[in-house]
Design a protein around this ligand. Structure first.
Ligand code: BES
Ligand code: MN
Ligand code: ZN
Length: 501
């Protein structure tokens, strides 16, 4: 995948690009042409199009100078009122502006730093978000099409312009944004890949390939190894498919941190969820190719964590399987023995996510004695019904951890809302014949699933992120085309950046 290039121009006499992106606030239009901008684009003050300049939120105004100039165009980005300005507005508008650059077939865009300093949001945060948003526009939806895309991504470079040296703080902020976008784009691309092209084995091979030249330690367990580990709950899901499961462990253990109990991220990796014998209706079944969005988020975040050499011990665990009906598939009513030795009554084979996660949680506890486990999963339709397609569910009993996750998610622009791990509902998971039943009633479905996972986490600090609903977009958005969103990738990365323990 092509990645947005980042450049720096530190002398106004050297500034050059096809287009300059300049944010403006409502009521402050008069002062929007900074002295620096006036110096490099003196034509701006007399350009007739300036009379139509709009600063209301979301407005884009394109102003042309002579085509032979080093900066022949300025695109003003209307941010609305100063007092209402939110980071998300900037992010979305940069996304929209970059889409415009792609449509116009431009190759290099520039952002001058001076106007950013005028905005009521910290400059480094703004820079990070500008790069994040711009880099997200690089996603190519047509990667499986025979023909070249009809509108290829031409704008592959963004330069930051200043008069004088650009500080390390600014440069690092820009790199952070770019890195977060790279991770999210990878998660999107993987989650959008059809199941015939990304079976558990192919996914595992891809992970091995991508981690080869990184500091991550990658281990892949095949079906035999998974059986020897006695992951009966995970295997119950995988059994119905002709494509065998894989269990991938990624470890980020930088010097000086390898001895600490790690944080473990676990991602649901159902490469296709047909529902199994409890078959899903046909209508939206094709979307279940992205039922491994949690695993995609964990994998992509781990790559970014390693590339940033973040000072923490972090492990990623990805149980990968297909949930298919077949002669060997688990039947509703079957009882299986999970890795922790407990028996589980499986009443609905479409509630497969919690079954693979239960064993992944036990595995994490057995091998890593983690300080904290966070799972991310497209787990329940009930969560999507409750919260819709913009905000994800967060389940966690430790208030301090809830706060840290919400803080990271706010920076990431991936909103979560806390739902309760309501203790009284745990009795609804009682089974007559096994230690536990994996599903409860339809009512409170997202909570019941979370309680099942919390049962396996037991006394290890635990948070569960239900991203069903937000993992997929029906309608394109300036920062995300239709399809998989990569939601959660950046939150996991921001958590690690914040120094999670
Ligand atoms: N992968 C689905 C949940 C899902 C639904 C994700 C919609 C994204 C969009 C999950 O495996 C599932 O099928 N859950 C069942 C559980 C039920 C049988 C208890 C559900 O939510 O219907
Ligand atoms: Mn299912
Ligand atoms: Zn599923």
């Amino acid at each position: 995948m092509t990645h947005l290039e980042l450049g720096f121009q530190e002398k106004s006499s050297d500034w050059h690009a096809d287009i300059m992106l300049v944010p403006i606030l409502e009521g402050e239009e008069k002062t929007c042409i900074h002295p620096e901008l006036d110096k490099v684009c003196p034509w701006l003050t007399i350009a007739p199009a300036m009379r139509d300049l709009q600063a209301k939120e979301g407005a884009l105004t394109l102003v042309h100078g002579h085509p032979d100039l080093p900066l022949p165009r300025v695109l003003f980005l209307g941010l609305g009122n100063r007092k209402d300005l939110e980071t998300d507005t900037v992010r979305t508008l940069i996304g929209k502006a970059f889409d415009r650059c792609q449509d116009l077939g431009l190759t290099q865009a520039a952002i001058p730093l001076a106007p950013l300093a005028e905005l009521p949001i910290e400059r480094e945060r703004l820079l990070e978000e500008c790069l994040y948003a711009a880099a997200l526009s690089m996603y190519e939806s047509g990667f499986l099409k025979k023909k070249e895309p009809s509108s290829p991504k031409t704008c592959k470079r963004l330069v930051l312009c200043a008069e004088g040296p650009i500080s390390d703080g600014d440069r690092n902020a820009a790199e952070r944004g770019r890195n977060a976008a790279r991770a999210t784009l990878l998660a999107r691309r993987l989650a959008n890949t059809p199941a015939n092209l990304l079976s558990p084995d192919l996914f595992a091979r891809c992970i091995v390939e991508e981690t080869k030249n990184t500091s991550l330690r990658c281990t892949v367990l095949d079906e035999g190894a998974i059986e020897r580990e006695r992951m009966g709950s995970f295997l119950a899901v995988a059994k119905g498919s002709a494509n065998p499961p894989r269990f991938v462990i990624l470890e980020h253990a930088p010097e000086g941190y390898a001895g600490e109990p790690p944080v473990v991220y676990i991602g649901k990796g159902i490469c296709f969820d047909s529902g199994g014998i409890s078959l899903k209706p046909a209508a939206k079944m094709h979307q279940m190719k992205s039922d491994m969005s949690g695993a995609c988020a964990v994998f992509s975040a781990m790559l970014a964590i390693a590339s940033e050499e973040l000072p923490a011990h972090i492990v990623g665990i990805l149980p990968l399987a297909e949930n298919m009906p077949g002669g060997r598939a688990t039947r509703p009513g079957d009882v299986v023995t999970a890795l922790n030795g407990e028996t589980i009554e499986i009443t609905n084979t479409d509630a497969e996510g919690r079954l693979i996660l239960a064993d992944a949680i036990s595995y994490a506890k057995n091998y890593f004695a983690p300080s904290l486990i966070i799972d991310i999963a497209t787990l329940t339709g009930a969560c999507a019904v409750a919260l819709g397609d913009e905000v994800a569910g967060l389940f966690c009993r430790e208030e301090a951890l809830v706060k840290r996750i919400l803080d990271a998610s706010r920076i990431a622009g991936e909103p979560f809302w806390q739902l309760p791990l309501w203790k009284n509902y745990a009795k609804k998971l009682k089974s007559d014949i096994a230690d536990i039943c994996h599903t409860g009633p339809r009512e409170g479905g997202a909570i019941n699933a979370a309680l099942f996972l919390a049962h396996f986490a037991d006394d290890t600090p635990f948070a569960h992120l239900d991203i069903a609903g937000v993992d997929w977009r029906e309608k394109a958005h300036p920062l995300c085309p239709r399809g998989a969103t990569g939601f959660g990738t950046r939150t996991l990365l921001e958590l690690a950046r914040g120094g999670i323990k």
